[in-house]
Design a protein around this ligand. Structure first.
Ligand code: UDP
Ligand code: MG
Length: 341
């Protein structure tokens, strides 16, 4: 489904099927391009990011705006953003009421953006702004979704391994073929963004969800860099949460713990069974109290499996619960706009 093209590509098999990739949804009032950047405690990165980003934008031949979403930062991100917006044209600052998480912040940025093409990127310079022209190029070729995959990724071995596993699992169970679900330097046409915003299931993964609304997607390689400053906002627990595609909410946690306890029990059962086999071989048939221990192992496994199943059911019930409650994914506090660029 997704076309893969080489970098120089951008010879994206040209002659666009969709000259007007937004299906007429773009109202023509906003700039051509919106760059949406979620920020959570990124005070050290704002200046270097803006320096590089605006240098790139000054060179592109389309009109643009930069939409920065302050996702409830507790450091000086808010003040710095406002100072920058006051100094530079074409900047929009969206302040969320509290921390809602990266994907919700991107969603808030989508809802405020007015561009015909929307590019998302991280604030920590792991996504080089210099890649933006390559994405614009793909839009100009008529693609309505520009996916990316990171070459020579700069992250810990654990993160790379976890991403590979996630990519494989999501591809397997969803049938969505993306090389790199985690890279947020991506491009979306207005039609795709409107589709995402209108979809009540938007608490899932934006890059994956976007493929549902795209008619002419493409994937290109992009560079990846070390985080310029500060630390990743994703702890292992947060990553786990993301893996399960769930948002915050107290009522969901007991279900997750159930899920983990079940898995632990099942693993214990399997280990116990393995131990029994070894003991049986080593010590002979007299050992093992006529199979009582074996029974324990089997019991552990099945009890664990039941908890696991319950936890999984809980995940789905939790999703239904959230959908029924219709709680907003984000709450916008203030929006500041500087004059158009
Ligand atoms: N981010 C956010 N809200 C959060 C966590 C992260 O807006 O709750 C932003 C963060 O400021 C950055 C981007 O999402 O711009 C990616 O976060 P991070 O670099 O921590 O993720 P990683 O690169 O480790 O996956
Ligand atoms: Mg990062």
């Amino acid at each position: 489904m997704i076309q893969e093209i080489e970098r120089e590509c951008t010879t994206c098999p040209g002659e666009s099927r969709h000259d007007n990739a937004d299906n007429g949804i773009y109202d023509g009032k906003g700039p051509w391009l919106s760059v949406v950047i979620p920020m959570y405690n990124e005070e050290e990165n704002i200046q270097p990011l803006f320096r590089r980003l605006f240098a790139v934008l000054d060179e592109v031949d389309v009109s643009w705006e930069v939409v920065c979403v302050n996702d409830g930062s507790s450091d000086a991100t808010a003040e710095l953003l406002l100072a920058e917006a006051g100094r530079r044209k074409g900047t929009v600052v969206v302040e969320l009421a509290r921390n809602f998480g990266q994907h919700a912040a991107v969603m808030a940025g989508f809802s405020v953006s007015r561009g015909r093409w929307i590019i998302t990127m991280d604030a920590d310079l792991q996504n080089p702004p210099e890649e933006i022209p390559a994405i614009i190029d793909c839009f100009q070729k008529g693609h309505d979704l520009v996916g990316t995959y990171r070459v020579a990724r700069h992250d810990t071995a654990f993160r790379k391994w976890a991403s590979r596993l996630t990519n494989r699992i999501i591809t397997r169970i969803s049938g969505i073929k993306l090389r790199d679900f985690g890279c947020m330097l991506r491009g979306y046409s207005r039609a795709v963004v409107q589709g995402i915003l209108a979809n009540p299931e938007y608490r899932t993964f934006i890059p994956a969800l976007a493929t549902f609304f795209a008619g002419n997607p493409v994937e290109i390689p992009v560079r990846h860099e070390d985080r310029a400053a500060g630390r990743s906002k994703y702890s292992i627990l947060k990553l786990f949460s993301l893996q399960l595609d769930l948002m915050t909410g107290f009522s969901m946690w007991p279900l997750r713990i159930l899920f983990l306890v079940g898995s632990g029990l099942a693993v214990t059962g399997i280990l116990l069974a393995a131990l029994l086999v070894i003991m049986r071989i080593a010590l002979g048939p007299g050992w093992g109290a006529q199979g009582v221990f074996t029974l324990f192992a089997a019991l552990f496994f099945f009890v664990g499996a039941q908890f696991f199943a319950l936890g999984l059911l809980g995940e789905y019930i939790g999703r239904i619960f959230q959908a029924v409650r219709k709680r907003p994914a984000f709450i916008v506090g203030n929006i500041f706009r500087s004059p158009p660029a």
